[in-house]
Design a protein around this ligand. Sequence first.
Ligand code: TYD
Length: 211
Amino acid sequence: MFFVFDGVDGAGKSTQLDLFVEWLRDLGRAVVTCKDPGSTELGEQLRALLLGKHETPIHMRTEMMMFTTARTQLVQQIVKPSLARGEFVVLDRYILSTVVYQGHAGDLDPDELWTVNRIATEGLLPDKTFILDLPVEVAMPRLGQSLDRMESRGAEYMHRVRDGFLFEARRNPDSVEVVDANREIGVIQKEIRETTGKYMARKSSARSRFL
Ligand code: TYD
């Protein structure tokens, strides 16, 4: 099974992802976890260009293609082989981030980005995406002083990012879960585990009906 954690910067996505992976491993599952962009040699090089502070101009459309290229490599090198071995894959961000950061917030056409990413990933979509949702006013102060290239785009951009995630969640209610991240860590994690437990039970009973 394939799970993704996403959301505005500073929403606590990585903390929740780590706890989720710990839980799956305690249940005896083999779990592969990766950062998008990153986790492959090429992905890490693109990540450094995309997030590092430098003066090289990168057009929004180029930026979109670079995030997407890193994802193609991640899918081919790690995600697909892991899923084929029956392992669980948990990603820190995926297609939705491109649709939201470069589309809704970056003024590219979100539907076009879905199309490009469908081609780039051979249509590989997660079973569930958890969007950690937090008001921008709460999330931004958590980022501290040294902001990366994306985090430096300011509050207005981040508002568009948050609205974009909520818009896409409404469009994809079966696969995208919005999780209120403005609560205690354990409470948030409990909700994520319950949702996943129900999803896994539903999936395995559907499978046994066809056997
Ligand atoms: P993030 O995954 O949050 O890593 P860290 O926790 O180390 O900061 O950082 C990735 C940044 O890149 C984040 O600001 C979101 C942005 N991003 C995009 O703009 N488009 C994308 O397609 C992806 C995957 C990320």
